[in-house]
Design a protein around this ligand. Structure first.
Ligand SMILES: [Zn+2]
Length: 307
């Protein structure tokens, strides 16, 4: 699934909300500590799990005390959380974030940032958000969820700080790994950010997929890329290149190695006018998934036929 960019007035509004937080924290050095953000915004964080739902029950009791019980039987909320497989919730009336503890720890940070994102957008205050694995994906195209993910990215990468640092570094996966450690975010979310914001003006594409030579049982050949992230310039000029075509390119040069670097190649992509351009592609496997970065180089030489 391809990313959907947020721009214009909406992005400016959300950027302002994040800027207020960063200013309130005196523009902290990376990595951003979310406990500081919670303290500033007076947000309360609780965890629940399939074996310990006391935080959920306590929240429901509070809702009853506040006279806000919307369901006759509180257990229905518990059932709803389980049936809908919610990973995180935002309860605006209580300024409370609930996170599913059973979720992989690496995802907690993004999930919490996503709920803080809901809390920062004034027009989200009318809703109670229950998020499942789909809505927490940065590829979620549902409007309010896309906004929460955008705000989360702005927050976890400290607004413009990420771009300021990234543009001084080489456009390669090694840079993505370095920035992932520095900002304390997953390598996937850092690749995402790097492609969208790391090189303003440069067409870039990031792909997160299964290993092309080691497909899992749930591999879908019709949708081979888990995420396909396009920079604004890539979307504009090369957005007609399909995910299938990109995956074929990755397949063409990747080695069979289980982990580590899988190779790199100069590849050709056609722009919307049909002209060919050179890109530098490289791929890396963290043994769970394969990350690929493709960066624009130059127009391909036209072949001149000599009679
Ligand atoms: Zn959400």
């Amino acid at each position: 699934m391809k990313n959907k960019l947020i721009g214009g007035r909406l992005a400016a509004d959300l950027d302002q909300q994040v800027l207020k937080v960063l200013r309130g924290l005196d523009f902290p050095e990376p990595p951003l500590h979310l406990r500081d953000v919670r303290a500033l915004l007076k947000l309360d964080l609780r965890y629940y799990s399939s074996t310990d739902d006391s935080a959920l029950r306590e929240t429901i009791n509070r809702m009853k005390v506040a006279g806000k019980q919307i369901l006759e039987r509180p257990s229905l909320i518990l059932d709803a959380v389980r049936t809908a497989q919610l990973k995180a919730l935002w309860l605006p009336d209580h300024r409370r974030i609930l996170i599913d503890q059973d979720e992989h720890e690496l995802k907690h940070r993004w999930n919490e940032g996503h709920e803080i994102g809901h809390s920062l957008a004034p027009w989200h205050r009318l809703y109670l958000f229950g998020d499942n694995a789909e809505t927490l994906l940065p590829t979620c195209h549902e409007k309010l969820e896309n906004e929460a993910n955008y705000t989360c990215g702005q927050l976890l990468f400290l607004g413009d700080r990420f771009t300021d640092e990234a543009r001084e570094m080489d456009s390669m996966l090694e840079t993505v790994r370095t920035l992932s450690k520095e900002f304390g975010n997953t390598i996937t979310s850092t690749l995402w950010r790097f492609v969208e914001r790391g090189r303003p003006g440069v067409p870039m594409v990031g792909i997160v997929s299964q290993h092309p030579h080691r497909p899992e049982p749930d591999f879908d050949p019709a949708h081979p890329c888990r995420y396909c992230v396009e920079s604004p310039e890539f979307k504009q000029r090369f957005g007609s290149v399909t995910e299938l075509q990109l995956f074929e390119l990755v397949l063409s040069y990747c080695t069979r190695a289980r982990g580590g670097p899988l190779g790199n190649a100069e590849v050709l992509l056609r722009d919307r006018n049909g002209d060919r351009h050179e890109f530098a592609f490289e791929s890396f496997s963290n043994t769970h998934q394969v990350l690929t970065l493709g960066v624009y180089r130059k127009p391909a030489h036209k072949v001149v036929s000599v009679l």
